[in-house]
Design a protein around this ligand. Structure first.
Ligand code: CTP
Ligand code: MG
Length: 201
């Protein structure tokens, strides 16, 4: 493989691995709402703990739908000629990857909620922009939870080798950190133009 193919393959694999987190981060716009995670309570500073933009439905339902959608896409890829294309060959043969996929989506939204906590503490209102934190919160959360879930499966002897280390190599993590802010911005501008979001970030 030449240099160009290596870069393309690394980028595609990284994005493919992150799919459950990307989907989980987008889906609350459609399936979120209802009871807020902080039940509308306020912190000592008189501002919302997390704010009304962070709801239980978003936190719990979006990761499940994201993992199911990822399962569907994985199945489609495997059933078609694309199945032999090397960049898609991740997560190993075991069905346990689904646990990691859910954990990644959940981690993405935990990261997003933790970000909102600090957003409120620093005086930023719901929906106000906070560059780089808004774009990378869910990447950090998803990676931490992918690591935890893969560690658990590995420690229980269910999935060997440790899928986090086989799949999330340093070059792929670098690709995710570099490309995600731009992708996030693009998707949000699209969501804004389509009238799904109030603000383009
Ligand atoms: N959402 C949700 N539950 C979550 C996360 C998001 O219901 N756990 C929904 C909310 O309707 C939210 C929308 O998805 O307004 C967009 O999410 P996001 O941009 O993360 O929230 P913001 O409203 O911008 O709030 P914050 O300033 O706290 O990030
Ligand atoms: Mg926002």
């Amino acid at each position: 493989m030449g240099m160009f193919e290596v870069v393309v393959s690394t980028v595609l694999t990284a994005l493919w691995l992150m799919l459950p987190a990307y989907l989980a981060n987008i889906l609350p716009v459609f399936v979120g709402g209802g009871t807020p995670i902080d039940f509308g309570r306020k912190w000592k500073d008189g501002k919302p703990i997390l704010g009304p933009g962070k709801t239980w439905r978003g936190l719990l339902l979006a990761p499940l739908l994201a993992a199911l959608l990822t399962a569907l896409l994985r199945w489609l890829v495997q059933e078609t000629a694309w199945g032999t294309y090397q960049p898609w060959s991740t997560w190993g043969p075991s069905g346990w990857w689904f646990v990691i996929a859910y954990a990644m989506g959940f981690g993405a939204l935990v990261g997003d909620a933790v970000k909102s906590f600090f957003k409120r503490r620093t005086g930023r209102d719901r929906g106000e922009k906070w560059p780089f934190f808004d774009q990378l919160d869910f990447v950090v959360g998803a990676l931490v939870f992918a690591f935890l879930a893969a560690s658990l499966l590995w420690a229980l002897g269910l999935v060997v080798p440790h899928l986090f280390f086989t799949d999330f190599t340093w070059p792929r993590i670098l690709v995710l950190v570099v490309l995600t802010p731009g992708l996030h911005l693009l998707v949000n501008i699209l969501g804004y133009k389509l009238g799904l979001k109030d603000v383009p970030w």
